[in-house]
Write a protein that binds this ligand. Structure first.
Ligand SMILES: Nc1ncnc2c1ncn2[C@@H]1O[C@H](COP(=O)(O)OP(=O)(O)OP(=O)(O)O)[C@@H](O)[C@H]1O
Length: 468
């Protein structure tokens, strides 16, 4: 803060920080997207401008804003403020709603119950923006490494020869590993080559909402016209179709119609098709009928390359030794790497200092101390999966063979032991399992450890690895 500022001027600076950020976003984002996602937001800014809390209407919007806009909002806020800004997303208080009980639901009520809370300003199937692609997410900005090599090659192939091999292409992996980036890259590449192609990127929850609206408004012809006539459908996070019967049926119809006209479908999920819970078998087998590829957490060298590339894209130079320092300390996913980089760039610009290990240490002070105290569940899942040579995705899958279920129970036990997370939170991070499942795993492994020396030894190795 500038010396001599009165609290009043500090407060008005603080509120203009958010308004300036919104102004900048209005210039960057297509109008429809801006009106849908950014305009309804309200924010509270701390007097020194170091913390901005944005109120969001519902959880779906929160996830979307976090995934699509949070990085850019933080970068803009930090650019305007000239110092690090912590962005928080919070649910705005909402009015109570009355829901029917399942036994008395009509078809429309059943469909309505599938609706994520969407504000009226949402783009509808008929009026939404054409492709919903983010032009910044291209193959050129996606760093390649062994973690995503196969998925990237398959995606490039699809973009280059639509409707031929690998249809559908199913890409799965943990959070923040680049699945969304990759599917946008396919769409952007196709549009660059064939500007007239009909491409749509959609998050699975938005598809649910489109189904619901077409029921509400009786606009099924428009819905079909829109989805069944695409050349390329990119659909993100299909695990959100779980338990949405009507949606699954409509998606199945769209899927069949698109394949029949040799259009391409690309899907992403947090687990592989057979690991998906509560999705109809006929849909799962369709998902698995083309090519299924994984994106793994990036290895050290890839994390380093991502940091150096992303810094260069921001016109900053990140020396390799600093990139190694950061990459060794931020291991779980690319989104977290980006967050760390943003903090370092803001710190360097604000203090007008070159980027060095010392500067990175200072900029990431909070993050590093949190990491030292708290190990993330994602890290535990990856470490345990590597140790027992199973896929990370098996940590979220519904598979039950002992070779998978046991490492999963061990990971749950370690998550309870080494993190601050509650049983329900851990259950959620293991593919939406109930807290009683986690409790059972924790008790079982804890008891067995007392008598089984081999297990005790394995747990010891894992604990040491995780504590670094
Ligand atoms: N290989 C990569 N090279 C460059 N940037 C990457 C790479 N992988 C991921 N990113 C970036 O990391 C961020 C998170 O990636 P993305 O949103 O695609 O992850 P995701 O797997 O879809 O996660 P979620 O499951 O949470 O939706 C994005 O900003 C993306 O551009």
């Amino acid at each position: 803060m500038i010396e001599g500022h009165s609290p009043l001027s500090a407060a008005s600076d603080a509120s203009s920080l958010w308004l300036s950020c919104v102004d900048r976003l209005a210039q960057e984002i297509p109008e429809q997207q801006f009106n849908t996602w950014i305009r309804p937001l309200t924010a509270t800014v701390s007097p020194d401008g170091s913390r901005v809390t944005v109120a969001v209407a519902n959880r779906f919007k929160m996830d979307w804003i976090r995934a699509q806009y949070a990085a850019r909002i933080t970068a803009l806020l930090e650019g305007i403020q000239g110092s690090p800004v912590a962005l928080e997303l919070a649910l705005a208080p909402r009015e109570a709603t009355i829901r029917s009980t399942p036994s008395t639901r009509t078809m429309q009520e059943q469909v309505l119950a599938e609706l994520p809370d969407i504000a009226p300003a949402e783009p509808t199937a008929a009026t939404g923006p054409r492709s919903r692609l983010n032009p910044a997410l291209t193959f050129a900005t996606l760093v390649e490494g062994s973690a995503n090599r196969m998925a990237r090659a398959a995606a490039m192939h699809v973009a280059g020869s639509l409707g031929q091999l690998y249809n559908p292409l199913f890409i799965y992996g943990g959070v923040g590993l680049g699945k969304t980036h990759l599917v946008h890259a396919i769409g952007n590449q196709l549009l660059a080559d064939k500007p007239g192609a009909k491409v749509l990127y959609i998050h699975a929850e938005q598809f649910v909402s489109d189904v619901v609206k077409s029921y509400q408004r009786k606009t099924f012809d428009e819905f079909k016209e829109r989805y069944h006539s695409l050349d390329l459908l990119l659909i993100d996070d299909v695990q959100f179709f779980a338990n949405k019967e009507r949606t699954q049926e409509e998606f199945f119809n769209a899927f069949e119609a698109l394949l029949a006209r040799k259009s391409h479908i690309v899907l992403t999920s947090d687990t592989y098709p057979k690991g998906l819970a509560d999705i109809h078998e006929r849909l799962v087998s369709r998902f698995d009928s083309g090519l299924t590829v994984a994106i793994e957490p990036p290895e050290l060298e890839m994390r380093v390359a991502i940091l150096i590339n992303k810094a260069a894209a921001e016109n900053a130079v990140m020396p390799e030794e600093v990139a190694f320092f950061v990459a060794k300390n931020v291991r779980s996913n690319v989104r977290e790497l980006e967050g760390a980089l943003r903090k370092i760039l803001a710190y360097s610009r604000f203090n007008q200092k070159e980027i060095s290990i010392q500067l990175a240490r200072e900029a990431l002070k909070d993050l590093l101390s949190i990491q030292n105290r708290q190990i993330s569940v994602e890290n535990i899942q990856k470490t345990v999966a590597d140790y027992y040579k199973i896929k990370v995705a098996d940590m979220y899958s519904k598979k039950r063979p002992a070779s998978i279920a046991r490492p999963r129970q061990i990971a749950m036990f370690l998550a309870k032991e080494l993190t601050q997370k509650s049983l329900p939170e851990i259950g959620e991070l293991f593919g939406g399992r109930d807290h009683t499942t986690v409790l059972h795993a924790v008790r079982k492994i804890a008891a067995e450890r007392q008598t089984n020396t081999e297990l005790n030894q394995q747990l010891h190795v894992l604990e040491q690895t995780l504590k670094g």
